[in-house]
Design a protein around this ligand. Structure first.
Ligand SMILES: [Zn+2]
Length: 258
């Protein structure tokens, strides 16, 4: 990705930072009432985001799936993976691993909180840590595909359905949530982050649905013609193939449906 730069490697996964990230971090810290506290809180927030993404990544690696990189951008983090198989169990477990990390951190933070005898409501570092993990875990479980909860929903739907049908349904449900976030997000939270996430859910859902549709067309073409041939067959152009390959690796790795 050209819009980010690498900062290191963990478990053989490249960690990258989007160029906007340090700018927004500098802005937040410079405009805060207590800059040092703001810096600490933002770093803690992104430490938790990192552990959440690492949860997804290690679960994927356990299934032999290659994790390309984890990128931080101003609104969160994202782990990119190569050739995630169309398998409900694998997709479900990889998706739940992120919120599960927040669940463990939430429990650990709550125990520290209680051991230190801090009041449950009030401003303290352990209090922020507990709140961040609770909100991040629950928010990601909203079934708004392609958020984690939406992926769990698709995995659940795909147990008794074709992968493409399950994706179509999950994306429709995700769009309802996306619209809700866009229309009511500002009113609910008093900020523009929620409407922005709604727009992101809509856009990324559409993108992934397109990808799954194309991949299934490619499979049909693979079954009926010499693959990958001069034209993709059944309406799939070389341009489409190029877009799929940009998005998720070499098509020659895809196996026909069994
Ligand atoms: Zn996640």
């Amino acid at each position: 990705m050209r819009d980010s730069f690498p900062i290191g490697r963990v478990f053989n996964i490249e960690i990258r930072v989007h160029y906007l990230f340090p700018l927004i971090l500098a802005f937040l810290v410079a405009t805060a009432e207590s800059p040092l506290m703001a810096l600490f809180l933002v770093l803690m927030l992104f430490g938790v985001v990192f552990l959440h993404e690492l949860g997804h990544s290690l679960a994927a690696q356990a299934f032999g799936i290659q994790v390309l990189d984890i990128t931080f951008w101003p609104l969160g983090g994202m782990a990119r993976m190569a050739d995630l198989p169309e398998n409900p169990r694998i997709e479900g477990l990889v998706a739940i691993a992120g919120p599960a990390v927040n669940g463990v951190l939430f429990t650990a933070g709550l125990m520290v909180h209680l051991l230190l005898g801090l009041p449950l409501v009030g401003n303290s570092i352990p209090g922020y840590f507990v709140a961040i993990n609770l909100m991040m875990g629950l928010f990601n479980l909203i079934p708004a595909f392609p958020m984690d909860g939406g992926r769990i929903l698709r995995a659940w739907l795909a147990r008794k359905r074709d992968w493409l049908d399950a994706t179509e349904i999950a994306v429709q449900i995700g769009r309802a949530f996306a619209l809700g976030m866009i229309i009511f997000g500002y009113w609910l939270t008093g900020g523009w982050v929620m409407p922005f996430i709604g727009a992101w859910v809509w856009w990324m859902g559409a993108r992934e649905l397109w990808h799954v549709r194309m991949k299934h067309k490619a499979r049909a073409a693979y079954e009926s013609t010499m693959w990958p041939g001069k034209e993709g067959g059944r309406g799939l152009t070389l341009k489409d193939l190029g877009k799929i390959e940009d998005y998720r690796g070499q098509l020659k790795d895809y196996k026909p449906r069994d």
